[in-house]
Design a protein around this ligand. Structure first.
Ligand code: GDP
Length: 333
């Protein structure tokens, strides 16, 4: 069994071995481990950006990054991350990849996709966990954020693919959400789901290089014009649209300046505190939701009922609403 005192101490000292053990514990779904993980997180929480009293709270920036596969997320994170460690920051990269649950492997956060950060002592990369439900993956990521923040990483980048519910989940656990796009293709052609752009606090058009510069500037203008017509996600903040080349590193410093501006404004206006409070409440409900689902699935009365009830619903003999009532009646039993 893990020695919790040593683990807390090791994480706070940013000992890589303890950091790895702590994250492995947090990722475990075994009941005994969950209990230990709960205790560990309780002790680490005071060393993260979560504490309300500003003097104790660490100055942490939680940034979500999304975009369709191929847009250049890992290249961008490698370049931005290296830029930041060069300025003295410590950068953690986490990933939320729901497909890893199905495929058993993660395409995101793989160390080989970020060759510079992977060998950078001031960086820590953790691929998406590949077991459990989507809810489990997002829970693990939230908890891993606590561990890496306690270990002193002050910029936490959470990467996710631009498809499905994972963006909403990630947008709900970060302070700033950055959406990456390609020049030249319409949103739909790029596979950007409706609603995702509305979550963006910063939009980045990548691959503005090698003859694509004009197309990228046009994309920037188009997105600025489109944004002017929509209500901003945050009051007092119009999401900037920036052209970058992740490969050449152009525009990266500008992105960082806008990220800093955002945090400056959001801190001064109290919006950051509000967003963090909201993250905590969402986290609580996500956990309630997961635990309820888990209990439902483990309830013998529900398990007995399930096969025939699913068939009845599928065949149209029972309405979903009636079936739902019966499931809860069995559960409450
Ligand atoms: P991800 O799937 O979103 O993580 O995208 P990757 O970072 O793996 O990049 C996908 C492909 O686009 C790779 O072949 C990269 O080399 C290339 N790429 C990434 N950023 C840039 C860029 O700024 N300019 C150009 N020309 N290619 C890029």
């Amino acid at each position: 069994m893990i020695d919790l005192d040593a683990c807390v101490e090791g994480v706070l000292a940013c000992d890589r071995i303890w950091l790895g053990r702590a994250v492995t514990l947090v990722e475990s779904t075994r009941a005994g481990d969950r209990e230990l993980a709960g205790e560990l997180l309780g002790r680490l929480l005071a060393h993260t950006g979560n504490i309300k009293e500003a003097k104790e709270a660490k100055d942490v920036k939680r940034v979500g990054i999304t975009g369709v596969p191929g847009v250049g997320k890992s290249t961008f994170i490698d370049t931005l991350g290296t830029h930041l460690t060069g300025k003295g920051h410590r950068v953690a990269v986490l990933a939320v990849d729901p497909s890893s649950v199905v495929s058993g492997g993660s395409i995101l956060g793989d160390r080989t996709r970020m060759p510079n950060l992977a060998v950078d002592d001031a960086a820590y990369i953790r691929p998406s966990p590949s077991s459990g439900l989507l809810g489990g993956v997002t829970r693990t990521t939230r908890e891993t954020m606590v561990v890496v923040e306690a270990a002193g990483f002050d910029v936490v980048l959470v990467e996710t693919v631009g498809a499905g519910q994972s963006e909403t989940a990630v947008a709900g656990m970060v302070d700033l959400f950055l959406v990456m796009m390609l020049p030249g293709a319409g949103d739909e052609l790029q596979g950007i789901k409706k609603g995702v752009l509305e979550l963006a606090d910063i939009l980045v058009v990548n691959k503005a290089d090698g003859g694509n510069e004009i197309a990228a500037q046009r994309a920037v203008r188009d997105h600025r014009a489109a944004l002017a017509l929509t209500a901003p996600a945050q009051p007092n903040w119009v999401p900037p649209v920036l052209a970058v080349s992740a490969i050449e590193g152009t525009g990266i410093d500008q992105v960082w300046r806008h990220i800093q501006d955002y945090f400056g404004q959001a801190t001064a206006s109290g919006q950051l505190a509000g967003r963090r409070a909201d993250q905590q409440v969402r986290w609580m409900w996500a956990m309630v939701h997961d635990r309820l689902q888990d209990r439902l699935q483990k309830s013998p009365a529900v398990a007995n009922l399930m096969p025939s009830l699913e068939q009845e619903v599928a065949a149209g003999r029972t309405t979903p609403a009636t079936a739902c009532d019966r499931i809860f009646a069995a559960f409450d039993g």
